[in-house]
Structures are given as structure tokens and as C-alpha cells.
Write a protein that binds this ligand. Sequence first.
Ligand SMILES: Nc1ncnc2c1ncn2[C@@H]1O[C@H](COP(=O)(O)OP(=O)(O)OP(=O)(O)O)[C@@H](O)[C@H]1O
Ligand SMILES: [Mg+2]
Length: 355
Amino acid sequence: MSSEPLVDIRGLKKYYAAESGFFRQLLGREEQVKAVDDVNFTVAAGETFGIIGESGSGKSTLIETMLQLERPTDGKVIFDGEDICEYSSTELRSFRERAQMIFQDPYETLNPQKTVFQSIAEPLKNFRDMDHEELRTKVKTTLNDVGLNPAEEYIDLFPEQLSGGERQRVCIARAIVLDPDLLVADEPLSMLDVSLQSGILRLLDRLQEEHGFAMVYVTHNLSVVQSVADRIAVMYLGKIVEQGTAEQVVNDPKHPYTRALVACLPTLTGDRERVLLPIPEDDDDRDIPGCQFHPRCPDAMEECSRAVPALDDSQTDRQVACFLHHEVTEADRDEQPSGVGSTAESESRVTSEPQ
Ligand SMILES: Nc1ncnc2c1ncn2[C@@H]1O[C@H](COP(=O)(O)OP(=O)(O)OP(=O)(O)O)[C@@H](O)[C@H]1O
Ligand SMILES: [Mg+2]
């Protein structure tokens, strides 16, 4: 494994124009949804990087922007040493060969008019010079690879003749047929029956072992991300609030939001310690001063509504964006308006555990 990361995301932003209400239009205020807001992370060759967050936290936008399916508002996506945001559409072609994606919905991903052979052969036709016999042989090998055996029984079927799990396996076959360096999976289990989910997870695990690709795995399910990922980033309203190894993030969560997610994990007894308030729907509630999580945070301090805690990158493998864990908390508070953050009350709360 080279010391350079395969993927290096720096200051990535994707803002969308929000639907404006009548009064906002009248006031001439341009509203934006900061779907991805200054995100940084790296993915090493061969590793699995998990991204977890609730619905609306910006996970899909992040990976679509990373893969240049959406052009970023700002920031860099360095892939194998080159900023692909600078690439022309012709240059992006070689990147597309090396980075593949599995989508949430195998029903939508596959063209109903195309056979399994046609769907899996399509990327080969685009990027490889193979005759029909070579294509059939390669597609059959790949079908065997994803557990659709015997391949002859599947290769000429249409999507409607397949079960949900089989369709997702065809999507995975299509994604790995070019032997990519990076596989990005956006909630690949969420449309599948629970009984099929662990089979797909085991398949991805085996394929990664055999082919050695790096994987970015996006989900709202902490148990799943814990089982697949080497490292995890926790997203909240467009920002990464915590990042670390899967072990660190799940067994020793630092950010109050991650703690709440972990507390929401089902236990053997079925009890949950705490139920999270939903993410605010109203855009006015989303783009608030200070830490975006503070209105829902059980440990919010006064400074949390005044300053935005940066992801503390003083430790490379473990990062938290929270004033409870900010290493330079006092210096941060000195930056705040007078009287904020230096009270005895907030001092005591810095060290207190969440309820
Ligand atoms: N094309 C778009 N135009 C405007 N706003 C958008 C667009 N795409 C996403 N958004 C907004 O960006 C925010 C993040 O959405 P995104 O789909 O990335 O979240 P997510 O974490 O993938 O959610 P889910 O778990 O439901 O898939 C949401 O507020 C969403 O409404
Ligand atoms: Mg999504």
C-alpha cells in the first residue's frame, strides 16, 4: 500500500439553491442548502471508509460530488494524486473506469430492456476491446464471482426475472467487471429484504479481499457500518462531526451526536437509551449560527450557539468537531465574545458526560 491516499477530499462543498418562500423572494434573500459543507477525509487503497448519518445529512450528495456526478461548489477531490475536479469530461473517462458505484435501488439501476449480459458487458464495451465471445466469458466469470451460479442460468435473463438480491448482485457484477480501484456503495442494502442483507455484505467483503479495491460505504445504519468499515465518518447536516476507526467511533463515541446514534443502536433486550429528535426540516432551522447540532445536543454550552467547532485534526486518526473535546478549547473561547465560555458552569459541563 502506498503512503499516498487513493482518495483525498479537501474542503469539499456542494450548495444547492433552496426553494425560496414568498417573503424570502420579496426580501431578495438567496437561500442555499449546504448539502456538503467543507468536508475533508482520505481513503487509503484497499480500505473501507464508512460514512454514516441520518436522512438528509448529505451522504449521497457527498459521494456524488466526490465522483463528479455533481460538480462541487468548492474544494478538491484528489484521486491517485490528481485533482479530478479540474478534469475535462474526456479526462473524467479514465477516472470513471477506476471508480465505480453501487446504488441504493437495484430496480432503478438496471435497464429493464437489457439482459444481464448486456448490462454487465456495457462497461466492458466502453473501456475494453473484446469480441463477443470474450465478453460472454468475462461476464460469466463475473457472475460466478458475485455468486450467481451457474452463470448460464442468469446471463440471458431480464431484471424482472430476478429477485431483489439477484438484481443487486448483477449491479455489483457490473461495478466490479472493470476491476476498479474504488467502489462506492450508497445504502446498497436498504431496498433489500433483511434476510438477504448479510449475504450482500459478505459478498462485498469477499470481493474486496479478492480484488483489493477501496470502498466507500454509505449508510444510516451504524451496525452495518461497524461491521464493514475500517474507519468511519459521522455526518450531520453537511459536515463530518466525528471521524476515527470503526472501533473508536462505535465503542468510544466522543461527539454527542455519535453518542446519540450509538445509544439508538438496538440492544439485545430491545431497549434504547435515547431517541433522537428528528433533523429540522425547515431550512431556517438548518443554517443556524454555531454548531448545527446544538439545538438537539444534551450537552450544549453557550459557545456552541456562537462558534462552529472545527474538526480537530491534531490527531490524524481520530477527529471530533465539538467544543467538549476540542483540544484548544480555552484558546477557542478567547476568540469568542467576552463572557462566553469561561464561566464556571461551562467549565463543569466540559467534563460532564452526556445524560
Ligand atoms: N438536487 C438537489 N437540489 C436541492 N437540494 C438538494 C438536492 N439534492 C440534495 N439536496 C438537499 O441536500 C440535503 C442532503 O441530501 P442527501 O440526499 O445528500 O442526503 P442523504 O444523507 O443522502 O439522505 P438519505 O439518507 O435520505 O439518502 C437535503 O437537504 C436535500 O434536500
Ligand atoms: Mg442518500
